[in-house]
Design a protein around this ligand. Structure first.
Ligand code: NDP
Length: 339
């Protein structure tokens, strides 16, 4: 509590402000997040009889709700839209008894068992095991036009949407390994790829830079920033500013069909960081090939612990792992308590 708060409150008021509500419910396996990882964890945990409860979070269905066609999720030879895929996964989890609820987990206490989670800063629940499947959010530049044209040519996932730009002209923003990788991937499909890099050099590893610079389809626009994405319903150009020394700028429109963001992702791990180990970017660290975090009984799956693959199918696979790890943890804990 801040200094002014302490001065303005007497002791009783301080206590009542600090006191958390009593838990309204005890849950065996609490799953936080409703992307492919969370729903798959729900399917497995429910089939194992663990009565899982999923709190869906701010964006029910996760990042795939922003995607149009998904053509690389196994089992859908004709492709499927992101929202329908997530609806199917939700139904499949519900079919085995997963209790799926609206609500965002706004804080947790993982310092003692049973673990506590607060939903929407109001409802308090306890849980024997927690599966964190809160995903990651792609970073955007923050332009109004960029938000408006999401799904109309603006994308933060070349692997998901690149296929729709066969023989088209696209631009990728960013100078890191992701941007290099996405530009190289898009160069196998598109007729031309511009890579918009804000500095005079790229941050990507040397080998990736070399590949990008040697690719005849990729043109790197160093010292360029994006001012606006242009287009009514679909992207048709991007307004760029080229910096040429301190007071010398050139503003121009570059015709393109697709605009890809590759300026990094932010794992949604903030509320867990006090208890769970994360790397320098914020990705939750899991143990070896498991979903175990440093807190016994707390598991992480999907993009919140994966900076490398970030695919719907890999997230689903890791959701399965987390449910199996939770099942083992619960049965071992029960066994130890009976001993
Ligand atoms: P990074 O943080 O490494 O790079 C982000 C890039 O986006 C930087 O070039 C940065 O510019 C640029 N950027 C950030 N904000 C803006 C903005 N507002 N406008 C314009 N440009 C912006 O993120 P990545 O996703 O590329 O990589 C994350 C991690 O994953 C890294 O450690 C990377 O090495 C790793 N990775 C490895 C891969 C591989 O090995 N195959 C593949 C993909 C990722 P600036 O440089 O000026 O700050």
């Amino acid at each position: 509590m801040g200094l002014f708060g302490s001065l303005n409150l007497n002791n009783n008021e301080q206590k009542s402000e600090k006191k958390q509500k009593d838990p309204s419910e005890h849950i065996q396996v609490l799953i936080i997040g409703s992307g492919p990882a969370g729903y798959t964890a729900g399917i497995y945990a429910a089939r194992a009889g663990l009565k899982p409860v999923i709190y869906q979070g701010m964006q029910a269905g996760g990042q795939l709700m922003d995607t149009t066609e998904v053509e690389n999720f196994p089992g859908y030879p004709q492709g499927i839209t992101g929202p329908v895929l997530m609806e199917d996964l939700q139904k499949q989890a519900e079919r085995f008894g997963t209790d799926i609820r609206w609500g965002e987990v706004t804080s947790v206490d993982l310092s003692k068992k049973p673990y506590t989670a607060v939903i929407d800063e109001d409802i308090v629940v306890t849980a024997d095991a927690i599966i964190i499947a809160t995903g990651a959010s792609a970073k955007y530049l923050g332009l109004e036009s960029e938000m408006r044209l999401r799904g109309g040519g603006v994308s933060a996932c070349a692997t998901c949407d690149g296929f729709f730009y066969r023989e088209k002209i696209v631009a990728v923003v960013g100078g890191g390994d992701t941007a290099a990788e996405e530009a190289l991937y898009l160069s196998t499909l598109a007729a031309k790829v511009y890579l918009i890099v804000r500095k005079p050099e790229m941050r990507a590893s040397k080998i990736m830079q070399k590949r990008v610079l040697n690719n005849p389809k990729i043109e790197v626009l160093f010292e360029h920033n994006t001012l606006e994405v242009l287009g009514d319903k679909n992207v048709n150009a991007v307004k760029l500013v080229k910096h040429q020394g301190q007071d010398n700028e050139e503003i121009y429109d570059l015709p393109i069909d697709g605009f890809f963001l590759a300026i990094g992702h932010k794992p949604n791990s903030d509320i867990f960081k006090e208890f769970v180990n994360t790397d320098e970017v914020g990705y939750i660290v899991t143990e070896g090939k498991t979903s175990k975090t440093n807190v016994p009984g707390v598991f992480a799956c999907g993009d919140v612990q994966d900076s490398s693959y970030r695919q719907a199918v890999t997230a689903a696979g890791s959701g399965c792992m987390a449910a199996l790890d939770a099942e083992r943890y619960i049965s071992e804990t029960e066994f130890n308590e009976k001993e």
